[in-house]
Write a protein that binds this ligand. Structure first.
Ligand code: AMP
Length: 516
């Protein structure tokens, strides 16, 4: 049996390949992709990859705008038996250079507008093939695949062969590549299709329609949303970027929406977001960052629907979920119970279990848990307990009835608009700027983004660096979502007796900065 994830997704295509699988919602004219288009398009792209004669397990690094073709490229990479490596579209040269040199991809695909600098970095790192793919169906990738056959035999893969590498930053250094296998992704997708009512809707002959408005370089949009829709044979309304008004306008045609908390805040900001607009909806899913209880309550009042909050991470895909049924069992402020097949425990610093309802480190086990960090065996070993539970780095508690609440992150990860920002990485960039002696980067509450990035900077003697100039310099180097929104100059950072910067004090000091 072939354990290639693509084989399972393909087997779930509806019998009628002429039905529409994906409709674009924000192209100049709507584009309709049938299941046959996906079958043929992915075959042609997989044949192009085959024609390059790449060794098995080659990494295919992709930094392109969101498009249906980009999704097909992901599927084609699986189909051809290679390893997909998505990169955030906001990443700039310093970041891309690191990923390419660390992952050593055999192929890099980028937007045409970035070809100059990306190809330079890729060729320097020894990558032989660089293609372009734009969001208007142009680029050398499609030009080249147009000459390929539209028939392709899915490459045989074992369950524990790599399917994807997702880079997730570390708090103490550069990003780590989480290696996910075909079995990790497929087992989790099957659980979600069952757990969230996709299978039931299909069995009842109801056509699910998913509003897909999340980026596809992250676990949420790429795996959770796309896999559920594909495996359920559901239709996707495809937004290349989230636009609250446009999403509300299409809600009456949809049955499922998945978003990060910021998207829910935006939906609530639209006057047209009403019970009537949601009349065919059966499920709203939130995750990637904590959903404020106010948002949960306001949403229920306005729409009559209860958001289902779930919790997961790049290394494990989805771990817990509030119940699908009954809707009244979805508890705001919690991330629900461990999903079927996932084991979750809460341990204290000494490695022993805490009592029900007590706070500790969340550890997990299951078929969804990743294989390790790319080229970092020691880091991987550090993150697992001796009895092989993965230490998520999240701190939380589990009540007697199994509901999990996340109370914070053991490290100082900042989540802004659903994206992770790792202070250590930003501090590295800030500290390199002229006039900066040292810095601390923290997250403070922000009404729209959940958290906002703030930098506290100590100047070199005899200099007074300008906060606005620091922000401008960072903008030219790193993704906009990582750039501090405010910079404060101080004479020294607060430290404890062990010499560690006390970030909790800094967070406290600046916590009202963006108060609504
Ligand atoms: P990522 O690997 O980018 O998906 O980030 C994973 C991290 O996001 C987790 O380790 C959690 O800290 C956080 N996270 C994901 N979902 C939730 C949630 N529903 N509530 C709180 N934090 C979450």
């Amino acid at each position: 049996m072939n354990h290639n994830l693509f084989a399972a997704l393909r087997a779930a295509f509806p019998a009628s390949l002429d039905a529409v699988a994906i409709e674009t919602a924000d192209t100049p004219e709507p584009l309709f992709y049938t299941w046959r288009d996906i079958e043929r398009g992915t075959a042609m792209l997989a044949n192009l990859l085959d024609s390059l004669g790449l060794p098995p397990d080659s990494r295919i690094a992709v930094q392109t705008e969101k498009s249906v073709e980009a999704l097909m490229l992901y599927l084609a990479v699986l189909r051809a038996g290679h390893v997909y490596l998505p990169l955030n579209t906001a990443y700039q040269a310093a970041e891309i250079g690191y990923f390419i040199s660390n992952a050593e991809p055999a192929v890099v695909v980028c937007s045409g507008k970035n070809f100059g600098w990306v190809s330079k970095l890729a060729f320097l790192a020894g990558t032989a093939h660089v293609f372009t793919l734009n969001d208007d169906r142009t680029g050398t990738l499609l030009d080249r695949s147009a000459f390929q056959s539209d028939q392709h035999h899915t490459a045989p893969r074992r369950g524990d062969d790599l399917a994807a590498i997702l880079y997730t930053s570390g708090t103490t250094g550069r990003s780590k590549g989480a290696m996910l296998t075909h079995a990790n992704l497929l087992s989790n997708a099957r659980v979600l299709v069952d757990h969230w009512g996709w299978a039931e809707a299909k069995a009842a002959g109801q056509q699910d329609v998913l509003i897909h408005a999340l980026p596809i370089f992250h676990v949420h949009g790429l795996f959770v949303a796309s896999h559920c829709a594909l495996l359920a044979g559901a239709r996707m309304l495809w937004f290349s970027r989230f636009d609250a008004r446009a999403a509300v306008a299409r809600l009456p045609e949809a049955t499922v929406f998945m978003g990060v908390p910021t998207l829910y805040v935006r939906l609530l900001g639209e006057a047209g977001f009403t019970r009537e607009a949601c009349r065919h909806m059966r499920l709203f899913v939130s995750g990637s960052a904590p959903l404020l209880i106010e948002t949960f309550n306001d949403f229920r009042e306005r729409s009559g629907h209860t958001i289902l909050e779930r919790y997961g991470m790049s290394e494990t895909v989805m771990l817990t979920s509030n119940p699908y049924r009954p809707e009244s069992a979805r508890r705001g402020g919690t991330v629900g119970r461990p999903l079927p097949g996932v084991q979750l425990r809460v341990h204290d610093d000494k490695g022993g279990p805490v009592a029900d309802g007590e706070i500790g480190g969340i550890e997990v086990k299951g078929p969804n848990v990743f294989k390790g960090y790319w080229k970092m065996p020691e880091k991987t070993a550090d993150e697992f307990t001796t009895d092989l539970w993965f230490k998520t780095g999240d701190v939380g508690r589990m009540d007697a009835d199994g509901y999990v609440t996340i109370v914070g992150r053991s490290k100082d990860l900042i989540i802004t608009g659903g994206y992770n920002v790792y202070p250590a990485e930003i501090e590295g960039f800030v500290n390199d700027l002229p006039g900066v002696a040292e810095s601390a980067v923290v997250g403070v509450p922000h009404p729209d983004f959940g958290e906002a990035v703030v930098a506290i900077v100590v100047a070199r003697p005899g200099t007074t660096p300008d906060g606005a100039a620091i922000i401008a310099q960072l903008k030219a180097q790193i993704a906009a979502f990582k750039v501090p929104k405010r910079v404060f100059l101080v004479s020294e950072l607060p430290r404890n007796t062990m010499g560690k910067v006390q970030k909790n004090l800094l967070r406290d000091e600046h916590k009202a900065l963006f108060a609504a």
